[in-house]
Design a protein around this ligand. Structure first.
Ligand code: 13P
Length: 257
């Protein structure tokens, strides 16, 4: 069974004290929610404080990026080992902002996914087409290239495969207030699962596929209500504890039926 996920990607928002304030208000709001994995991915500097605060709660810690090596002369980078020590479980890899603003290539994304598996982290692999590609009808081709280049050469074993999370984030929907439709996102998620089946066979049924891009409390169920969509990766709307709690709660009630 694929446990649904609600993931907050805070991007470069919130200082450490703001992150701690958020947690103090948020944890009460979601105390009674079970059966949904609520993951918070703050900036690196807040990981240590949140790691302590999240102990004994059902909330899970994620990171927004990492280097693929365990250690080395890589100024400004953070290693998988460092994340592990802080109790980080999930790590976002290949977000379109990393690809577009920091030149992360498919090759780098592959190395990071491989490293996440090697160090016992759960990678959240982000893929998605841009506006031009969307308009040219190239979505499937772009997703296939991104997914295959990240995973094709990897054979991490069945247990590891089920740790993978794939987030479909159309670049044109990120931060624009214009999400994909639930129908379209669902079709794409089905296509991604088909690709995963081709790559990894039956393990594909256990891999969670998320939608991301302008998700908010008003539209989250349009996505998570679809068969192949197992949750949402949320930017802007995850910065307010009330909104994030509302979204986690909506998914919780939806799954309970
Ligand atoms: P928004 O929810 O702000 O559109 O961001 C989505 C995203 O990039 C999450 O990783």
């Amino acid at each position: 069974m694929r446990i649904p996920m609600v993931i907050a990607n805070w991007k470069m928002y919130k200082t450490v004290s703001e992150a701690v304030d958020f947690f103090n208000r948020f944890s009460n709001e979601v105390e009674d929610i079970s059966g949904v994995e609520t993951v918070i991915c703050p900036p690196f500097v807040s990981l240590a404080d949140l790691s302590r605060l999240l102990t004994n709660t059902s909330l899970i810690l994620g990171a927004q990026n990492m280097h693929w090596e365990k250690e080395g002369a890589y100024t400004g980078e953070i290693s998988p080992l460092m994340l592990r020590e802080l109790g980080v479980k999930y790590v976002i890899i290949g977000h379109s902002e990393r690809r577009n603003f920091f030149g992360e290539s498919d090759r780098v994304v592959r190395k990071k996914v491989e490293s996440a598996f090697a160090y016992g982290l759960f990678p959240i692999l982000c893929i998605g087409e841009n506006w031009e590609q969307f308009n040219n009808g190239e979505t499937q081709q772009v997703l296939k290239e991104q997914l295959f280049s990240a995973l094709e050469e990897l054979n991490p074993g069945r247990e590891m495969m089920s740790r993978l999370v794939v987030a479909y984030e159309p670049v044109w929907a990120i931060g624009t207030g214009t999400p994909a439709t639930g129908e379209a996102a669902s079709k794409v998620a089905g296509y991604i699962r088909e690709l995963l089946r081709k790559l990894w066979g039956e393990a594909a049924e256990e891999i969670r596929i998320l939608y991301g891009g302008s998700v908010n409390p008003g539209n989250i169920l349009e996505f998570t209500g679809k068969p192949d969509i197992d949750g949402a990766l949320i930017g802007g709307s995850s910065l307010k504890e009330k909104l994030l709690a509302e979204m986690a709660r909506a998914v919780f009630h939806e799954r309970r039926g």
